[in-house]
Design a protein around this ligand. Structure first.
Ligand code: DOR
Ligand code: ZN
Length: 345
């Protein structure tokens, strides 16, 4: 059995870093292992303009380790300016634009309600090859929360892609076999998907059986077991259309353990150990590097990282239950099984 695994340094193609004290506390948890990350713009207020993205990037760099590269995104609103987006792309400031349907998740109230109102932006992005990262859930009250991803594909995503040839789309944090199948239906190179660590590990029973487990609640919510298994097959297949986006999303414990708890799993700390365990369980360790370090850069047309990390297998590795921040404690995702892969830089 392999005991040492060397991978090109991984990247995280979907990450929430927040701001201020929370940023300072969670950033090292990512930079310890990851070279780059796509930074989600759902701050309060959101990162809508290139000026806001430049200022946020400077705050991340100031809190960083000098090596980590934040890949910035703009939050798409119905008022977004196609020329501002194009200029931010041309200057190298942004790597993608993020589409949140209004009301879909944490801090998404400025998101898009009428997709006709972002047509000009999407057309400009198709023209310049700037990827759109999509939170793929409809928010209609009559659609069951477990169906929101599948309905989004039919009602929103597929029509947008047909109307906007050449638009490059990342379906973020897919949670269903419908998402997997939709991504696999396109071999144009214009459609990819991120998969989180936690959606490879938990299904909806983990949230609801034996008492409600707020630290397993995230959006899109974990689905039934057959969907988790479809995600496992996609992630471990080596298929270049699937890559890691942890969606590591810190909330303090009081905000999670509440009558109306926030969505998000905080996985930055132990993601690489969990993924190594998952890929080992599925006999796919030799394809871990594709998922964490190669497929993402290929989609985003960036080079893979120059340096590497090493994972070694041994005695069970213990991670802290929580990390402390000035805002309060943040619970680290518990995969529910022992971890044996330790990461060294
Ligand atoms: O679980 C989630 N948490 N899903 C999201 O889409 C947003 C994120 C957050 O910002 O907390
Ligand atoms: Zn997210």
């Amino acid at each position: 059995m392999t005991q040492i695994l060397t991978l090109r340094r991984p990247d995280d193609w979907h990450l929430h870093l927040r701001d201020g004290a929370m940023l300072a506390a969670v950033l090292p948890e990512t930079t310890r292992h990851f070279g780059r990350a796509i930074i989600m713009p759902n701050l309060v207020p959101p990162v809508v303009t290139s000026a806001q993205a430049a200022a946020y990037r400077a705050r991340i760099l100031a809190a960083g380790d000098g090596r980590f590269e934040p890949l910035m995104t703009l939050y798409l609103t119905e008022e977004s300016d196609p020329e501002d987006i194009a200029a931010a792309h041309a200057s190298g400031l942004i790597t993608a634009v993020k589409l949140y349907p209004a009301g879909a998740t944490t801090n998404s109230s400025s998101g898009v309600a009428n997709f006709d109102n972002v047509r000009a932006c999407l057309e400009k992005m198709a023209e310049i090859g700037l990827p759109l990262c999509v939170h793929g859930e409809v928010v209609d009250a009559d659609v069951d929360i477990f169906d929101r991803e599948a309905v989004f594909i039919d009602r929103v995503l597929d029509p947008i892609r047909r109307a906007t040839p050449g638009l490059r789309v990342v379906m973020e944090h897919i949670t269903t076999s419908d998402g997997v199948d939709y991504v696999k239906s396109s071999d144009s190179g214009d459609l990819g998907a991120t998969i989180t660590t936690h959606h490879l590990v938990i299904n909806r029973n983990h949230i609801l059986v034996g008492g409600i487990k707020p630290h397993y609640y995230c959006l899109p919510v974990a689905k039934r077991e057959s969907h988790r298994l479809a995600l496992r097959v996609a992630a471990t297949s080596g298929d270049a259309r699937f890559f890691l986006g942890t969606d590591s999303a810190p909330h303090t414990d009081p905000n999670k353990e509440s009558a109306c708890g926030c969505a998000g799993c905080f996985t930055a700390t132990n993601t690489m150990s969990i993924l190594a365990e998952v890929f080992e369980q599925d006999g796919a360790l030799e394809r871990l590097e594709a998922f964490t370090s190669r497929n993402g850069p290929a989609f985003y047309r960036l080079p893979v990282n120059e340096d590497s990390i090493t994972l070694s297998r041994g005695e069970a590795v213990i991670y802290p239950d929580k990390i402390e921040t000035e805002d309060g404690a943040v619970t680290v995702f518990d995969p529910g099984f022992p971890l044996h892969w330790r990461v060294s830089n």
